[in-house]
Design a protein around this ligand. Structure first.
Ligand SMILES: *Cc1c(COP(=O)(O)O)cnc(C)c1O
Length: 234
């Protein structure tokens, strides 16, 4: 079996175990395969193994891959930083955007979403550890931005995303994820259809699932180490 297939199977097992330990239904957790820096051939292997959701950070690279892959049932998630001159292509090519943290970007995505496509699924990126190096809003800014994004016709607000500071010790990984869960619950009071919490990567997916993640973003554990350094994900 190809490594990617094996890795995918292993990640599915980890998700299932983490869900069961937390008393959650494993089907509540969607696996996003983060394919940034990886070739189309690797994505194709994952697709043939049943993977449908793919995440990319770099727009130009993503555009090329999406054009090269013929499968209409792939679901593309944009998880990288967004410059305002790049919104049109994101609105045209993706199904989800995890990294929205400004109204200006949201407005452009809504205006530029092609009318023959369903609304673009949006997550607000929260800088849960308030790191200067990372994008995202503070928890106390969620309500205001959510209220402004909600009415935009080209978008559908689905929840929150976060990339906590790296913590090697698994016991310490829970706390920022727990704060994100609380933030989602608070958001659901005014926006009850918000059902998604994008959190957990290769190094911390178990803690994220224990704290309520519905969308884990996994790169290394599926595709192996990346060949060229990835700037700190934002
Ligand atoms: C690269 C990246 C991931 C995947 O990270 P791994 O540690 O390789 O699983 C997840 N989320 C974001 C935003 C990323 O940039």
């Amino acid at each position: 079996m190809h490594n990617i297939e094996k890795n995918l199977a292993r990640v599915h097992t980890l998700i299932k175990q983490a869900a069961q330990q937390a008393g959650r239904d494993p089907n509540e957790i969607r696996l996003l395969a983060v394919s940034k820096t990886k070739p189309v051939a690797d994505i194709e292997v994952a697709y043939r193994a049943g993977q449908r959701d793919f995440g990319e950070n770099y727009l130009q690279e993503a555009e090329q891959k999406i054009a090269a892959l013929p499968h209409s049932d792939m679901i593309w998630h944009y998880i990288g930083p967004i410059q305002s001159n790049k919104t049109r292509s994101i609105a045209e090519h993706f199904d989800w955007v995890h990294s929205v943290d400004r109204l200006k970007i949201a407005r452009r995505l809504s205006e530029q979403r092609p009318s023959d496509l369903p609304p673009l699924n949006i997550l607000l990126q929260v800088n849960i550890d308030r790191e200067a190096s990372k994008a995202g809003i503070d928890v106390d800014e969620i309500d205001e931005l959510a209220d402004l994004i909600e009415p935009l016709p080209g978008l559908r607000l689905r929840g929150l995303m976060s990339i906590p500071a790296r913590r090697e010790n698994p016991a310490q990984q829970h706390q920022p994820f727990a704060r994100m869960r609380t933030a989602l619950h608070a958001l659901q009071v005014r926006h009850p259809h918000c059902d998604s919490l994008s959190m957990g990567m290769s190094g911390d997916m178990q803690a994220a699932i224990a704290e309520g993640s519905t969308l884990v973003r996994i790169g290394t554990a599926i595709f192996g180490a990346r060949d060229y350094p990835n700037p700190d994900p934002t």
